[in-house]
Design a protein around this ligand. Structure first.
Ligand code: ZN
Length: 143
């Protein structure tokens, strides 16, 4: 009997294992840099130089599945808040499975990815302008 040395998995193998465990199929999306997206139960993986950014992005897509409909409704479908919630949920799910991310990856996730959405120029803020605190006199002061 020989002692088997377990080879360290590559990031792709690791993500494949996670996808199987969580019930996703994976597709490569080679035209896209540092970006993943999810459609149904299929996660599309872009090109990443940084393995940890890829892993945290995978969990972000999983996070999208975990964001509740009631949260989405309660924030009036605000994409920015939904994105942040999906990062939060994904990172929490990762930690439950024993994956902890470096501050570098977390800062990248929120700063470069989540906060890159430009809400103020979107149709969303036009639609919800009357409800936005910024455009209202204080609702508390009114009666
Ligand atoms: Zn997202």
């Amino acid at each position: 009997m020989s002692l088997q040395v377990r080879k360290k998995m590559t990031i792709k193998e690791e993500i494949k294992k996670l996808a199987d465990k969580l019930g996703y199929s994976l597709s490569e999306n080679i035209d896209s840099d540092n970006n993943c997206f999810i459609a149904g139960n299929e996660i599309f993986i872009g090109k990443y130089e940084n393995d940890e950014y890829l892993l945290i992005s995978f969990f972000h897509e999983h996070g999208h599945k975990l964001v509740s409909q009631s949260f989405i409704k309660s924030c009036n479908y605000n994409t920015l808040l939904i994105e942040i919630e999906a990062w939060n949920m994904g990172i929490k799910a990762a930690m439950k499975l024993g994956y902890y991310f470096s501050d570098d990856a977390i800062v990248w996730a929120y700063k470069e990815r989540a906060l890159s959405y430009e809400r103020e120029n979107s149709n969303w803020s036009e639609k919800y302008k009357p409800k936005l605190w910024k455009y209202q006199k204080s609702p508390v002061a009114r009666s």
